[in-house]
Design a protein around this ligand. Structure first.
Ligand SMILES: [Zn+2]
Ligand SMILES: [Zn+2]
Length: 237
């Protein structure tokens, strides 16, 4: 199986990540990725870049070291309606948009509250990917989540960072397996993101891929294997 893209990474601009765009792109090239998305945390994450950062991304080359770069954002879902923290005129310019729930930005809700938050974000036409829905700190109903992703044409992320020993997310492995079983049942694609906050982790997906093998998850439902499958979820761009 050949995987060619990483849809979720952060550079120094995110405030708690430690490599530059060029360092990340070079690493992606060395690891044979064809596409790398740089998705800085949106402004409500403490220490992250402000709107002006997202407004000037046109100055950056879209190809480096033979890797296609997509410049996007990881939005913070701010409430249980799915409100996000970047203005619409900037969202329109983003090449890939993840929406996630983060402890500094929204309280850990009940299943009902978290589902309402995620579904609210899925109704946002600019959102392409739901970030780390594996985090047990924000419990969800995985069957409903998968069906909602199908209905609203969004990708669900399998976040490799959640599966690392240093992760502060809860129950990720178990939750990913549950989610993937429903994705298999309802034929809903997923995408693996490294969520790299340092160059060493660019393209690091092996923990997620090991789960795919373990549960015999079909390759045709993995957007990392097929650029065109990913792009079919970015059609609002
Ligand atoms: Zn995140
Ligand atoms: Zn992230």
């Amino acid at each position: 199986m050949k995987y060619v893209l990483d849809t979720h990474t952060h550079t120094i601009a995110s405030g708690h990540a430690y490599s530059t765009i060029d360092e990340m792109a070079k690493a992606a090239s060395e690891r044979n990725l064809e596409v790398l998305a740089i998705t800085e945390h949106a402004p409500k994450m403490p220490g992250s870049c402000q709107e002006i950062y997202f407004s000037n991304l046109k100055v950056v080359a879209r190809e480096k070291f033979g890797v296609q770069l997509l410049f996007g954002v990881e939005l913070n879902i701010m409430d249980y309606n799915g409100t996000v923290d970047l203005s619409e005129h900037l969202l329109k310019q983003m090449e890939l948009v993840i929406a996630s729930m983060h402890t500094p930005c929204v309280p850990h809700g009940t299943i009902e509250q978290n589902m309402s938050a995620f579904i609210g974000a899925m109704k946002n036409p600019y959102v392409n990917i739901i970030g780390h829905p594996d985090d047990g700190k924000y419990p969800v109903n995985y069957e409903e989540l998968v069906l909602a992703a199908k209905e609203h044409h969004k990708l669900l992320e399998v976040n490799n960072n959640s599966l690392m020993p240093h992760s502060f997310r809860e129950n990720a492995r178990e939750n990913d397996i549950t989610m993937l079983q429903y994705c298999k049942k309802y034929q809903v694609p997923v995408v693996v993101g490294s969520d790299a906050h340092y160059v060493d982790y660019v393209g690091r997906h092996q923990e997620a891929y090991a789960i795919f093998e373990e549960i015999d998850f079909p390759e045709r439902l993995v957007a990392n294997a097929d650029k065109e499958l990913l792009y079919s979820f970015l059609t609002n761009k």
